[in-house]
Design a protein around this ligand. Sequence first.
Ligand code: CTP
Ligand code: MG
Length: 229
Amino acid sequence: MGVSVIIPAAGFGERMGATIGKQFLLLDGKPILVHTIERFQYCDMVDEIIVSTQRSSFSLIEEIKKQYALSKLRPPVEGGQRRQDSIALALRTIDAQSEIIVVHDAVRPFVHSKEITQSIETAKYFGASIVAVRAKDTMKQASTDGRVEKTLNRSSLWSVQTPQTFKRQILLDAYANAEKFNITATDDSFLVEQLGISPIIVEGSYENIKITTPDDLLLAEMLSKRFIP
Ligand code: CTP
Ligand code: MG
């Protein structure tokens, strides 16, 4: 069963506030995006990797492919306005042989091989899987003016990450449904949930952070010193 990986990397990194997209910032001397692609390049279950990015970064992607010998990396696909659009555009180009599609943020370089393989195995069996960690903080629900309405039961709450992995047809159906009914989401699982499908949680690691704000970059530098894929 073929496995395609889509890496959305077309964001502008507004919350990071750097002059270039945060996916291209250096971590331990190498672009964050390269660290992320390498996690999948070195996973035997993965057949191809598709990165969606801004057109102005296409040549950089081709350079990266050569420099780091990323043989599984396909030609870049132009991203869209929302993360969801960037993924939808990449979906059109996946190999016809691929039965499994993994979606993983460009800015989560600390994903372990175990999370990738478990995510794929679980999706093969159940159709849809998401990597997540147990919520650490007590979570409250509040009104828009900041008044606490209730305390949620932490034991049933998860912080969701990527990879999120799906059987090909499930993800295609979810995206078609989202387009038809104008649904916007920041994660693919939500779009799949709208089909009445419940993805299975694969318990991941707190190291798998999404590099979003400048403090995450400091944390990332620290994590990269001890990270074992
Ligand atoms: N992404 C994308 N296309 C978009 C928006 C986001 O491919 N139109 C990608 C980002 O490049 C990133 C991932 O989706 O790898 C997660 O998004 P996020 O952390 O929100 O990144 P940015 O959108 O770049 O950051 P910000 O929201 O702070 O601008
Ligand atoms: Mg964003």
